[in-house]
Structure formats: structure tokens, C-alpha cells
Design a protein around this ligand. Structure first.
Ligand code: ATP
Ligand code: ZN
Length: 291
């Protein structure tokens, strides 16, 4: 029997639902069995390990899992510890947040040098240390496992370095973000075992499928008729499109049909500009799959 590919996903938490959805969108049918720790994929030799996000880089690096989905923040912290870090395969476009320095209003922040000699509480000591070193700043890092935002009130630190998406938690604690240390989103990571000849085909197909889902999100197929003379202008308006496909229209020498895959959002304003350039019968279609 050939080996099964193992993918580590967060069991519960901010990345859990979207990670599983991504796997399902890649055409993998997840069987949620009695075993809470392991889901099987029905239509491919793949198992899903359901674990805490902090364990994912270690599992992937140690070959317990072949792939994982984890926040770039967690991966970066692991890499900063100088441990064997798994390879980042691609960014996945969800779980966006940023690791930021946040300070009380009374703190005067004029740039990284304002942190010289300051105590900073964080759950990301490695990433923060790298940032401080890059800016030649000597600060004291207070490592906390959670609830970092309360540290200034408890006089454990003057400022914090914490994950932020909306900033509401900071605000509720009288803090405001003053500096971005790391922009983060969910990433697909790969371990070395995925490159073994026995698993390689299965692994490549998984990466291709996930890549297809990520690429097709937000992408649109745009079709229109246009005067031949307007082609350069129309190509320039189409957002994130490569060279469009141009085909003749029956019985008309002056006009063509233009088809293009747009990687970026197509807004009403874009359609108005296309119309202004002479395009007609403009259609925007969703793309289900792309490879
Ligand atoms: P676990 O129980 O798996 O250890 P956790 O509590 O450590 O979970 P979550 O809060 O579920 O982790 O966050 C998982 C990831 O979601 C973070 O590492 C980060 O990449 C991302 N994320 C997105 N937005 C935010 C946010 N506002 N705050 C914290 N993390 C966020
Ligand atoms: Zn965690």
C-alpha cells in the first residue's frame, strides 16, 4: 500500500474553519469520523491531523505531517528560534493580521529608537528580537503566553508587541498600534517527507490544487466585443490580466471578441471604463477552478 499524505490543520481557532474549507475547495472530501484528531480524505490517500496551531511547524519539520496550514507569525517565530523550520510553499490569503507594537497614549513613539531601554511584552520574542536588532534597538522583552494586552496595566511592561486585526482589543485596553513588526496571513508549509518519491506525486497534486483554489479566488473571466483599434486601451484597463485572447467576430472586420482572466477584482468602474473605450456586450463570469 502506498503511503498516505498527512496535512496538519488547526483543530479549533481562527484558522480552523477556513483551512478545512480550503482543503474541501481543492476537491478533497473530508470524512469527519469519530476520531477527532484525524479526519480521512475519502477520494485521495490523504489524512488531516487536527492539532494546536503552535504544534504545526514542529510536526511538519519533524515529518509527523507533510504539510500544514499555519499563520506566518507562528512560522516566523519558529524560524527565529533557529530550529529546523519547514518550507513556506504559498500564502493563502486568509487569516490576515499583523504583529504590531502598541503603546498607551502617554507613550511618545517617534520610531523604533523610542523603544530603547523599554520593556515590551509579547508572545513573539523571536520575531520581536529580530525587528529590534535590525533597528539597532536595545529593549527588554517580557515573554507572555497570552493576554499580552493587559501587561501595561499590570506594569509588567510599558508597551506590547501583539497580533492585531481590527485593533478593538487594543483599544479596549487603552493601547494603540504605533508600528508594524510583521504582516501575517495563513501559509501552506511543507516538510521534507513530501519530497520523497513515494509521496511526491500525491504531494504535487495537493499543492497544485490548493494553488488553483487560491489563484481562482476573486479571479474573474471577462468577455466583451470591442473595436479592433481599441485593443491596446482595453488590455490596459483589464485588472491583473495577462495577454487577452482575441478572436474575430463573424462578418465584421473592425471588431473582435476579447476574453481575459482577471486576477484582481473587477469593479463597476472597470466596466464603465471598458465601455468608454468602445467595448460592448461585457460579461464578467466567476471562475470555479484554475490550474
Ligand atoms: P490554538 O488553540 O490552536 O493554539 P491560538 O489561540 O493560539 O489557537 P488563534 O487565536 O486561533 O490561535 O489564532 C490562530 C492564528 O490566526 C494566529 O496565529 C494568526 O496567524 C491568525 N489571526 C488572524 N487574526 C488574528 C487576531 N486578530 N488575533 C490573533 N490571531 C489572528
Ligand atoms: Zn496557539
Amino acid at each position: 500500500m502506498s503511503q498516505r499524505l498527512r496535512i496538519a490543520l488547526q483543530k479549533s481557532g481562527r484558522l480552523a474553519d477556513k483551512s478545512l474549507e480550503l482543503v474541501e475547495s481543492a476537491g478533497l472530501r473530508v470524512v469527519k469520523g469519530a476520531n477527532e484528531l484525524l479526519y480521512r480524505i475519502e477520494n485521495a490517500p490523504i489524512d488531516v491531523l487536527r492539532v494546536r496551531d503552535d504544534d504545526i511547524p514542529t510536526f511538519v519539520a519533524d515529518g509527523v505531517a507533510d504539510f500544514g496550514i499555519v499563520g506566518l507569525n507562528v512560522l516566523a517565530e519558529r524560524s527565529s528560534e533557529g530550529e529546523r523550520a519547514p518550507e513556506e510553499v504559498m500564502r493563502l490569503g486568509f487569516g490576515r493580521c499583523a504583529l504590531k507594537i502598541a503603546a498607551p497614549e502617554s507613550f511618545r513613539y517617534e520610531g523604533p529608537h523610542s523603544l530603547d531601554g523599554v520593556r515590551i511584552a509579547t508572545s513573539y520574542p523571536g520575531v520581536l528580537r529580530r525587528f529590534l536588532d535590525e533597528h539597532g534597538v536595545g529593549a527588554e522583552i517580557v515573554k507572555m503566553r497570552g493576554a499580552v494586552e493587559v501587561a501595561p496595566r499590570l506594569k509588567l511592561s510599558q508597551v506590547v508587541c501583539d497580533l492585531v486585526s481590527t485593533g478593538a482589543t487594543l483599544e479596549a485596553n487603552g493601547l494603540a498600534a504605533v508600528e508594524t513588526v510583521l504582516e501575517s496571513e495563513a501559509v501552506l508549509i511543507r516538510g521534507r517527507r513530501a519530497l520523497d518519491p513515494e509521496l511526491q506525486r500525491n504531494a504535487e497534486s495537493f499543492v497544485d490544487r490548493v494553488g488553483g483554489v487560491v489563484a481562482s479566488r476573486g479571479a474573474k473571466y471577462v468577455m466583451m466585443n470591442a473595436p479592433r483599434s481599441a485593443l491596446p486601451q482595453i488590455s490596459a484597463i483589464l485588472p491583473g490580466a495577462g495577454a487577452p485572447t482575441v478572436t474575430p467576430l463573424a462578418g465584421r472586420d473592425d471588431a473582435v471578441a476579447v476574453h481575459a482572466v482577471c486576477q484582481e477584482s473587477v469593479f463597476w468602474e472597470t466596466l464603465e471604463r471598458l465601455k468608454g473605450a468602445g467595448a460592448s456586450a461585457i460579461l464578467v463570469l466567476p471562475i470555479e477552478k484554475m490550474m
